[in-house]
Design a protein around this ligand. Structure first.
Ligand SMILES: [Zn+2]
Length: 836
């Protein structure tokens, strides 16, 4: 009983009931009255049951009535489930429930947000994996797919939206409208959605072979000047054109996309009504890599309209399949449909490198994970499921070919449209179209944890290659080996530049794979297995190759630069490459880097290394800071290069103190002083104790917006004063205190870089309070407190060890977070110990 739902009980429920349709009526007319914590909800479900008893999932505030075929029944509601008893056997009946649901401040369920600029109220829902039940009573499992009819009552001047188009609107008086939407096709609860509020809206039409489809982009009214609708529609239309051919007709009637405030994730694929984080409304100049990342997300969600929405995983154990698929398609479509040439390169430097880290942790798991219940499902929205899975799927596409892959997808969509399916069904379709046996591939890639390591070993004499072998060995946490269809590149110095001599396709299916084509060639300066990043592996560089990369990496083509830097940073984390050697290489090559995605990841790695691995190396931090300043000062005025390096300098000044207020005064000629940039300066000054209350409040008065308030909180608590830190700690831990976005800001300020000595005292409190924190807060808030507050100082490793030993009975989700943070602390300790 309770809020957790197991695979067994939901499978039994799916077998026992057949549900035809569900009508849901939600009344948010009083949402603008912030003293109203709840809103009325009504639902009626038409179903047939083979047993007298089942239950509805609901996490509302109250249930006021339960009726079966019009007969009132006793209300049996424990806060998570409503018991239904005495159902007529094997005949259609109608179950009605009336209740009241709570507005949320954690981004789960029906989130309510007030815009500080104009005091307007905005609502949106977010459900995956199982939060529809926070809004309305339902059968919360992906393999029960009713045809939903939503009704929404709200202020008449608001946008009132759901997955399907509006079919009727009735004025209720007092400026309130009641809207009914067209019935959905069969749809899982987690994919339903409601959006309400005075959203700014831009409309367009997609002309498809099947007829015109209504498009719209929406955002808060106060963000309207920043919404670049033209570019957003360009990507939308390009993606729909491509997918309509590759996968078959778009079936959801309309396609609305909404940027929503205080969002916990990047986006959600509700069919016909996709929601996105507002950080995709760029308030200040964005890099090409940021535009590309946004395009990736838009196209990721769009591909879910087929994979996930039209055909839905039967249970969360196949979460990986829809997410890996969408990740692959996001990058593929960004390049092939939307014209972002660097889409795969950014995947390499960003999400894939995080997947490597996750796959090295003790908590890693096979891509196909065992998901016995919802708690386990929630834990698996992780880098293994999304990014390692996408890398494996990329290997599969290389293996079977893109044509056969898409043909297999079409067959799978046709066969299972509006239903549920599993990995077995997908592989069956793909096997039919590719005529290949995919089972051994699936077993090797999907059922094992960890990843292989590849090393190039060359034997030669008289400067000639006699033998080149790619060795495949087990990596960390590895419990299998995998085939790799990839490349190996040989590189020479030509006219003082490291240049590609030759690239060979290799199929690595044993532990020693010979590259016969190179025998008799001259020895190479560098040999790079997987240089085009076609597989998911850890490449161990031989010493000569590593030296050549450290000296010449910027000579290489962009994708090879990205894979090379990834290997070098893995060496840093292993303690086999000194932090200073890595940072000095970035100091030399970073300023020559013209791909913003690669540069962003390099700057991020340097900042990470300086903060966690060598916190006492003031010389290195100073060298980094001065490089950033010099490059920013020398960059073309108003360029992206100037902006990226200026930001890096402002952050670097926190670890190597330097008054950055001159940037506020406009002394970096041509640099556009946006609100976001101004706040970055204030946060840096605050962390250096160079910002008074008055100054920060003045900055807020100049930008009293939602993001301004978040940035102000961050700056406020970044000041190195114990009284402020204590206040931040108390605010963060107040139950029902802060929204998700404000909590992030408070924690960032509280644990600003370079202040571990000041915040060391919280470590004991942190572990003492951990279980209460997990119990007392909604999971999205609790996660932030657990991750954000984890001690950064390696001296606290024993505290983490003790907690883990003494709390073996704590929730698996909580333990997993602690184990992963402890792992990172161990990495930091190992790297520190390895420095010469
Ligand atoms: Zn997704």
């Amino acid at each position: 009983m309770g809020a957790n739902l197991t695979r067994e009980e939901t499978a039994a429920r799916a077998r026992a009931i057949r549900i035809e349709k569900q009508r849901v009526s939600v009344d948010v007319r009083d949402a603008t009255d912030l003293s109203q914590p709840t809103y009325p909800v009504n639902t009626s479900i038409t179903l047939t049951s083979s047993g007298p008893q089942t239950w509805l999932d609901y996490q509302g505030d109250a249930v006021t009535a339960v009726l079966v075929d019009g007969d009132p029944r006793p209300v049996e509601f424990d806060g998570a489930r409503i018991q239904l008893r005495g159902l007529p056997l094997d005949q259609v009946c109608v179950v009605e429930v009336q209740g009241a649901s709570r507005y949320s401040r954690s981004g789960e369920g029906m989130h309510r947000f007030q815009d500080p600029v104009d005091a307007q109220i905005y609502l949106y829902t977010q459900y995956e994996p199982a939060d529809a039940r926070r809004v309305f009573p339902c059968f919360e499992q992906p393999d029960i797919k009713p045809q939903f009819t939503f009704e929404l009552t709200g202020p008449e001047q608001w946008q009132l939206l759901s997955n399907q188009p509006e079919i009727s609107r009735e004025a209720m008086g007092n400026e309130v409208d009641h809207v009914i939407f067209a019935p959905t096709p069969p749809l899982s609860t987690y994919l339903t959605c409601l959006v309400a509020g005075p959203y700014h809206r831009v409309d367009d039409v997609w002309v498809s072979p099947g007829g015109d489809v209504e498009l719209a982009w929406l955002c808060r009214a106060s963000l309207a000047p920043h919404l670049d609708a033209e570019e957003l529609f360009r990507i939308t239309t390009a993606g729909l054109d491509y997918l309509n051919v590759a996968f078959g007709e778009y079936v959801w009637g309309k396609y609305h996309q909404v940027m929503v405030p205080e969002y916990n994730l990047g986006a959600m694929e509700n069919p016909g009504l996709v929601t996105y984080t507002e950080s995709y409304v760029f308030r200040s100049p964005a890099t090409p890599a940021q535009y590309q990342q946004r395009s990736n997300t838009i196209l990721h969600e769009m591909s879910h309209m087929w994979f996930g929405d039209l055909v839905t995983p039967r249970w969360w154990s196949d979460l990986w399949l829809k997410e890996s698929f969408a990740e692959f398609m996001g990058a593929h479509l960004s390049k092939e449909a939307a014209g972002f040439e660097d889409a795969w390169l950014n995947f390499t430097g960003g999400r894939k490198s995080r997947a490597h880290v996750a796959d090295s942790m003790p908590t890693t798991h096979p891509i196909v994970a065992d998901i016995p219940d919802l708690e386990a499902a929630k834990n698996n929205f992780d880098a293994i499921t999304y990014s390692k899975g996408a890398s494996a799927l990329t290997q599969l596409v290389h293996y079977v070919g893109l044509e056969a892959f898409f043909a297999g997808c079409r067959l799978y969509f046709e066969r299972h449209a509006f239903g549920n399916a599993t990995l077995t069904d997908f592989l069956a379709a793909l096997t039919e179209t590719s005529k290949m046996d995919l089972q051994s591939w699936a077993d090797a890639w999907l059922q094992t944890r960890g990843h292989d390591e590849l090393t190039a070993e060359v034997q030669g004499s008289d400067a000639v290659i006699e033998r080149l072998v790619i060795r495949r060995g087990p990596g960390e946490m590895d419990d299998g080996t995998r085939p790799h269809a990839t490349t190996v590149g040989l590189y020479d110095m030509v006219d003082g530049r490291l240049s590609l001599r030759d690239r060979h396709n290799v199929l690595i299916s044993s532990d020693d794979t010979e590259v016969a084509a190179v025998v008799g060639q001259p020895l190479a300066v560098a040999i790079l297995p997987n240089d085009t990043d076609q597989s998911f592996v850890r490449v161990r560089l031989d010493p000569a190759t590593r030296r050549a990369l450290l000296e010449n990496v910027s000579d290489l083509e962009p994708l090879v630069r990205a894979t090379s830097w990834a290997s070098l940073f893995s060496d840093v984390r292993d303690g086999t490459l000194m932090v200073a050697e890595y940072v000095d290489a970035v100091i030399v090559h970073g300023p020559r880097e013209d791909r913003t995605g690669i540069l962003t990841s390099l700057i991020g790695h340097v900042e990470d290394a300086l903060q966690r691995f060598v916190p006492d190396d003031r010389d290195l931090a100073t060298r980094w800071r001065d490089t950033c300043r010099t490059v920013a000062l020398g960059a073309p005025t108003g360029s992206m290069r100037q902006l990226q390096w200026a930001k890096a300098f402002i952050r670097a000044a926190v670890l190597a103190p330097s008054d950055v207020s001159w940037i506020l005064d406009g002394e970096l000629a041509g640099l556009e002083m946006t609100d976001d940039l101004r706040w970055l300066v204030w946060q840096s000054l605050a962390a250096q104790d160079l910002a008074s209350d008055e100054a920060l409040d003045g900055a807020l008065a100049a930008d009293d917006t939602a993001s301004g308030r978040v940035a102000h909180l961050h700056a406020w608590y970044a000041r190195p004063r114990l009284d402020l830190k204590q206040e931040a700690w108390n605010r963060a831990h107040t139950v029902d205190g802060e929204t998700n976005a404000h909590l992030d800001a408070i924690l960032q300020g509280l644990f600003a870089p370079g202040q571990t000595v000041l915040t060391d005292g919280f470590a004991t409190h942190y572990f003492a309070a951990l279980r209460d924190v997990w119990q007392d807060h909604p999971v999205e808030i609790a996660r932030r407190l657990v991750l954000g507050g984890f001690p950064a100082n390696v001296t606290h490793l024993p505290l983490a060890e003790t907690w883990l030993q003494e709390n073996t009975d704590a929730s698996t989700a909580l333990r997993r977070l602690v184990v992963e943070r402890r792992f990172e602390l161990e990495v930091a300790a190992r790297v520190r110990a390895a420095q010469l």
